[in-house]
Design a protein around this ligand. Structure first.
Ligand SMILES: CC(C)(COP(=O)(O)OP(=O)(O)OC[C@H]1O[C@@H](n2cnc3c(N)ncnc32)[C@H](O)[C@@H]1OP(=O)(O)O)[C@@H](O)C(=O)NCCC(=O)NCCS
Length: 387
């Protein structure tokens, strides 16, 4: 094994994997991804099966406990989620102070602050981590929506005591219960976003957990990683792209222009999926249905035309990813653009929770090496003798 002590090794002698591409970090029992064939499974259950038959509450249980719940277990779990729809009063003060920042920055700050109010803060037991995961799963939507209201000078809407997770999320936007179809689409969106292996944000939560830091520190760091446009920020970019395209007929030219300027087409490409992203299908169907319902079919047409223009790139493994259609779903529901990434975080808390727990179960400090390519053994030159 190379322990990093062979300081003069060449790049040929070491195994250098920029971006840790293709490197297995550990074992997992949670999420299986076959990027070549476009397969995603949570605890052995195919994402298509879950998107069609499960819901966010049940899928969260599946991720956190590694098995589907029976009726009683689901009832208890659902009750815990609903009971956790509370935020300490002072979190609203924190949101007020930072309310002019991007919602992801507000969310990061609020989650970091939540640790001060958790009496289980010092408890690293499995039960405590699950408890914190459940609590945060319910609190993150509240933070996102409270900020949305407060920056407009409005009071946050009290969460419902009875609505399901996805419906309650949308209810806290304007105080109106969503239609059954819209709530179901949001629910599917949360299901397909609930976990995704060792992507940048999950990896970040594992790195922080690897140092034995606490749950809130790990999630706060995960939120920071998620906020970048190469990760969670793409959905926001997709609606900008759709707006720039303007109408379906312009898509081919616009895409050509972007590619000839070596710009990225947002919502395309994936580090792991080199065939179709299996999550995209469910949101694509949702956009189709919702855009008809809202009488705004132009967005679906534009996205289809962009997808068509990108077809030649499928040969290179560049396909539409989950964010390509997610942005349009949120837009059609009436959610402002800068909440698109926070929505990703709303769905991802169960996934991060189990990844933190898995990391804790066999904890190891995550500490890769950097191959030094600068000059060495220079002699120190006093400042008055430097050029
Ligand atoms: C997600 C992403 C960072 C993954 O990238 P990756 O696996 O590291 O692949 P690379 O960035 O090395 O790209 C490989 C090649 O494909 C091209 N490519 C990848 N995604 C592309 C995109 N969205 N538009 C145009 N070209 C793209 C790159 O230009 C590169 O081409 P080159 O070999 O000629 O230089 C990348 O596809 C991307 O930036 N996508 C747009 C943002 C996005 O949708 N993110 C959400 C991911 S769920």
């Amino acid at each position: 094994m190379n322990w990093g002590l062979e300081v003069s090794m060449t790049e040929k002698e070491i195994s250098l994997n920029r971006g840790l591409q293709g490197v297995y970090l550990d074992r997992t029992q949670t999420t299986f991804i076959d990027g070549k064939n476009g397969v995603l499974e949570y605890s052995g259950y195919n994402i298509h099966d879950l998107a069609e038959n499960s819901n966010f509450e049940e899928t969260s249980y599946l991720l956190m406990y590694g098995k589907l719940p029976n009726k009683k277990q689901l009832e208890v779990f659902d009750k815990s989620l609903k009971n956790a729809r509370k935020l300490p009063e002072k979190i609203y003060d924190v949101i007020e102070i930072v309310k002019d920042s991007h919602p992801m920055d507000v969310l990061r700050t609020a989650i970091s602050t939540l640790s001060s109010f958790d009496e289980d803060r010092e408890d690293f037991s499995e039960e405590a981590i699950i408890r914190k995961g459940i609590k945060l799963t319910s609190q993150v939507p509240m933070i996102v929506m409270a900020h949305y209201r407060m920056r407009k000078g409005l009071d946050p809407i009290e969460p419902s005591k009875t609505l399901a997770h996805a419906s309650n999320f949308l209810y806290m936007l304007e105080g109106e219960e969503p239609t059954k179809d819209t709530a179901r689409l949001m629910d599917i969106d949360f299901v397909v976003h609930a976990d995704h292996g060792c992507n940048a944000s999950a990896f970040t939560t594992r790195v922080v957990t690897g140092t034995n830091a606490d749950f809130y520190g790990a999630i706060t760091a995960g939120i920071a990683a998620l906020s970048g446009p190469s990760h969670g920020g793409a959905a926001e970019g997709v609606m900008e792209l759709a707006r720039d395209v303007g109408k379906a007929d312009n898509a081919a030219n616009h895409v050509k222009k972007l590619l000839s300027n070596r710009e990225r087409v947002m919502g395309f490409g994936h580090r792991v999926y080199k065939s179709a992203d299996p999550r995209a299908k469910h949101l694509k169907e949702g956009v189709k249905k919702l855009s008809k319902e809202k009488g705004q079919t132009e967005w679906y047409d534009i996205l289809l035309a962009v997808q068509e223009a990108m077809r030649p790139y499928a040969r290179r493994g560049i396909h539409a990813n989950v964010d390509f259609f997610a942005g349009a779903v949120y837009y059609l529901i009436g959610i402002p653009k800068d909440l698109f990434v926070p929505i990703f975080a709303v769905g991802r808390i169960p996934g991060w929770t189990i990844q933190i727990l898995e990391q804790m179960r066999h904890n190891i400090l995550i500490r890769p090496l950097l191959h030094y390519t600068g000059s060495r053994e220079k002699l120190y030159v006093s400042i008055d003798k430097r050029d």
